[in-house]
Design a protein around this ligand. Structure first.
Ligand SMILES: [Zn+2]
Length: 484
């Protein structure tokens, strides 16, 4: 393919999903997609990386049922109000109407916390840090888009309980650190964490903090969010423990939800180029493709044998490699594996087979950049080039992200910066619903910009700053962007 990702992101995105066989949209339930092997192989690697990070930080895995009785669902008032419009309900089983209808989980607070009430008795049971990797269902009414927003998606949800507020706030910070450690440092996706405005937080939460990344069309995409739930759910679900003074106290809770299918979409959108996918080395289904170059009239046996020798050597070292010995031309194979985002290509012809060398081409190198590598050091060089490729992708993505952070003091400046595809910092009146939402609505109506919130830990502006929209005293630096 050859599509300008920056200029025609939507066309690029749709084309790559079908050409690289990432998903099939022909499944006959609206808003549901079939994820195909090439994307699922990467997503499994991403799950593994995320789960390892969670477990390193004291989380344990569990698996809760997908169905939630309506009575559980109704226990926390704000939560039920926020999620009910998005719930798929199961009302029948085997031809019988169920006595109580069952929600297909849109998120699992109301499935997990009744069990937490049974499991938590005293301080010895805290903190409790549980995650599950599963799919959830939400009847999205906004336009769906594969990977970014579909009615079924694949995620991890972590639900943690603490004895006090300090423990819960510490977890919110740890969730942000995990996001940095995995999303940025491993997947190479830059983001900023915003505390969402009061009118845009998770239903039932005290505060919502969410990571926004930037897509090539200048719109932000929400990646993991972490929610300080306070004691709202604990009180509703009766999750109490006996504290050191012998009193019954509700636990403090947090939840954190990285959606792997969406993060995968963000990862290939951020790193891809006009020729196709460019995948970080550790998350590519195939890390090295070996392409035999057979002379037209010559017997290729020696070359093919040598290819097998190289393959065995790489595979034994744990490198995901394959020989493409299909009948296609080498040029066709190069294009195909570039489209699929394979980080490294090894070309093997007569000369390489004879001299025991490899010709190595890195996915993001300028055209015709090749290196000759002795077979004896192939493993070391493949690993090194793979990790250099990932580091370049991260640095490039980070530069792009930082170049699209902007500041505006007036509505005209805000409009201009949004049109350039920036995330724009503005002085802003209030994050409270009754005081600040009207300005957000105004900005949305005028420029299709969304107030994403305030940056975590950023100092508020000086007293002289005035809200970009209404001119009242600005209590915050808010960030505005167009959103998915
Ligand atoms: Zn205002």
């Amino acid at each position: 393919m050859d599509i300008d990702k920056q200029k025609n992101f939507s066309e690029w995105f749709n084309t790559i999903i079908s050409s690289a066989e990432l998903a099939d949209l022909r499944y006959n339930v609206k808003g549901f997609v079939v994820f195909r092997p090439w994307s699922v192989k990467s997503m499994k690697l991403m799950y593994t990386a995320y789960e390892a990070e969670l477990e390193r930080r004291g989380h344990s895995p569990a698996l809760f049922p997908a169905l939630i009785p309506e009575s559980n669902f109704k226990i926390e008032g704000e939560h039920v109000e926020g999620f009910t419009p998005q719930v798929f309900w199961v009302e029948m089983a085997g031809g019988n109407k169920l006595e109580e209808r069952l929600a297909m989980r849109p998120t699992s607070e109301t499935a997990m916390y009744q069990m937490y009430a049974l499991w938590i008795q005293g301080t010895a049971d805290l903190p409790l840090k549980i995650y599950q990797s599963c799919q959830v269902w939400r009847y999205e009414t906004k336009a769906t888009k594969p990977f970014f927003r579909s009615r079924e998606f694949h995620w991890i949800e972590a639900h943690d309980c603490f004895a006090d507020e300090a423990g819960a706030r510490g977890q919110v910070r740890e969730d942000m650190e995990m996001t940095q450690a995995v999303l940025f440092e491993q997947f190479g996706i830059p983001f900023l964490f915003f505390q969402r405005p009061e009118w845009d937080k998770f239903p039932g939460a005290v505060h919502t903090y969410a990571a926004d990344t930037l897509m090539p069309d200048g719109r932000v995409l929400q990646l993991p969010s972490t929610h300080l739930l306070g004691t709202n759910f604990a009180k509703a679900f009766n999750v109490y423990y006996q504290n050191d003074k012998g009193e019954r106290a509700p636990v403090w809770q947090t939840c954190y939800g990285p959606a792997i299918s969406r993060i995968y979409g963000a990862m290939f959108s951020v790193h891809g180029d006009n020729r196709g996918l460019v995948l970080p080395y550790d998350f590519a289904p195939l890390q090295v493709v070996i392409v035999p170059i057979l002379g037209k009239d010559k017997d290729g046996t020696a070359i093919l044998q040598y290819c097998q020798e190289v393959l065995e050597m790489l595979t034994r070292a744990g490198i995901r490699a394959k020989v493409d010995d299909s009948p296609n031309t080498p040029g066709f194979k190069y294009n195909h594996w570039e489209l699929q985002g394979v980080p490294l290509r090894v070309e093997v012809g007569g000369r390489e087979a004879e001299q025991k060398t490899l010709t190595l081409v890195v996915r993001d190198a300028p055209p015709k950049t090749k290196a000759t590598v002795p077979l004896a050091s192939a493993i070391e060089i493949v690993r090194k080039e793979g990790s250099l490729l990932s580091a370049r992708l991260t640095a490039k993505a980070d530069d792009y992200f930082k170049a699209h952070l902007s500041h505006a003091a007036t509505m005209d400046e805000l409009k201009a910066a949004l049109e350039k595809g920036c995330i724009v910092r503005v002085p802003y009146c209030s994050m409270e619903k009754n005081e600040g939402k009207a300005c957000a609505d105004e900005i949305k109506a005028k420029f299709a910009g969304d107030v994403r919130g305030i940056k975590y830990d950023e100092k508020p502006p000086h007293a002289k700053e005035k809200c970009v929209q209404c001119g009242r005293d600005a209590k915050h630096w808010a960030y505005v962007a167009r959103q998915y």
